[in-house]
Design a protein around this ligand. Structure first.
Ligand code: TRP
Length: 332
């Protein structure tokens, strides 16, 4: 069975975009792959994190994964910093990857912004750590969004250069798993920008901790346009808000956008929004209830992560030992 590795940043305020864009897809991979899901706290500290906040977010994301249906017994769920192999392999990859490769990374340029001189060295080397995450387990498939494709290309380059430099066949060529109909959930206030936790408007996103009233209110207040809903997908062109709301409906109801158009074409937004709110509440409430239950029991969540980290260390150990021997480190 092929092995999957994927990572999620521990950010608080998980929202519908995180759920429909990533977490839900992970849940569905569990039947077909051996899965390793990692809460990447080491990646998180490449930008400043309040220490208490980081702990809370690590638990919140873990709770969301478990509540959404990730099976931590069958698969492996842990936080990165509990497995030293990530840091060890990342250092070796810092010495394999070339400055020129990292200089091309668009995410660093975006995240560092104008003030590059003041970005952490960790933020610059972030893609090397990501390559280490994946290759520490010789994972063959990585589910990622569009924004991580370049980092995955780099992972392949690093694997190949390592294999070449040391004349070995250590690392596999990693394949991205891009979800065909991956739902890109946009802001409820602006259908052209991604739903994001950093949007100053609370009304722009539905979070995994919103209750039914909040969800209904945010959908009711979501931006629309004056036309009734279109009867086919083509009619969504140039109507980003309609496309977003109908896309969310399709994702939550597991149908196609085309079907949603067929069912709601010609309706007013007010009717559709009522339906969407009911659907969102019915789909999210059970997950949210379970998440709240788990977040009230941090000892349990910590136990799951500890167990997952033990499994991850066991998987990583023979691989990191082999890598160290290949590089020429003396055995301890
Ligand atoms: N960089 C990814 C993100 O920001 C998170 C991540 C870290 C990751 N390590 C990974 C994703 C390994 C896939 C595989 O979303």
């Amino acid at each position: 069975m092929s092995r999957i590795f994927s990572g999620v940043q521990p950010t608080g305020d998980l929202h519908l975009g995180n759920y429909l864009g990533a977490i839900r897809n992970w849940v569905r991979l569990q039947d077909d792959y051996e899965c390793i899901f990692c809460v990447v706290d080491m990646h998180a500290i490449t930008t400043w994190q309040d220490p208490d906040g980081l702990q809370a977010s690590t638990r919140e994301v873990t709770a969301a994964l478990l509540a959404s249906g990730i099976d931590a017994d069958k698969h492996t769920v842990f936080n990165q910093s509990q497995v030293p192999g990530h840091a060890e392999l990342a250092w070796i990859f810092n010495c394999v990857a070339r400055m020129g490769w990292l200089n091309r990374m668009t995410q660093f340029k975006e995240k560092a912004g104008k003030n590059r001189e003041n970005a952490s060295v960790g933020l610059y080397a972030y893609p090397n750590l990501m390559a280490a995450d994946i290759l520490l387990y010789k994972a063959t498939h990585v589910p990622v969004g569009e924004d991580q494709k370049q980092h995955l290309e780099l992972t392949r380059d690093i694997a190949q250069k390592f294999n070449n430099d040391f004349k070995c066949d250590m690392f596999p060529v990693v394949e991205p798993l891009i979800f065909g109909a991956a739902t890109r959930v946009m802001s409820l206030r602006d259908g052209t920008s991604k739903m994001s936790k950093s949007d100053p408007s609370d009304l722009s996103r539905i979070t995994m901790t919103d209750d039914a009233d909040a969800i209904a209110k945010k959908i009711r207040k979501a931006k629309t346009d004056p036309e009734p809903l279109p009867e086919n997908e083509k009619g969504l062109e140039g109507r980003p808000e309609a496309a977003n709301l109908m896309g969310i409906y399709a994702a939550l109801s597991d149908t196609t956008l085309d079907e949603v158009c067929t069912n709601f074409g010609g309706e007013q937004f007010s009717t559709f929004k009522q339906n969407l709110a009911d659907l969102a509440v019915s789909k999210l409430a059970p997950i949210q209830d379970e998440m709240r239950r788990l977040m009230a029991d941090p000892a349990y969540v910590d136990g799951v992560l500890r167990g997952g980290a033990q499994k991850a260390r066991n998987m990583a150990q023979p691989i990191i030992d082999e890598v160290k021997a290949t590089v020429g480190y003396l055995k301890p």
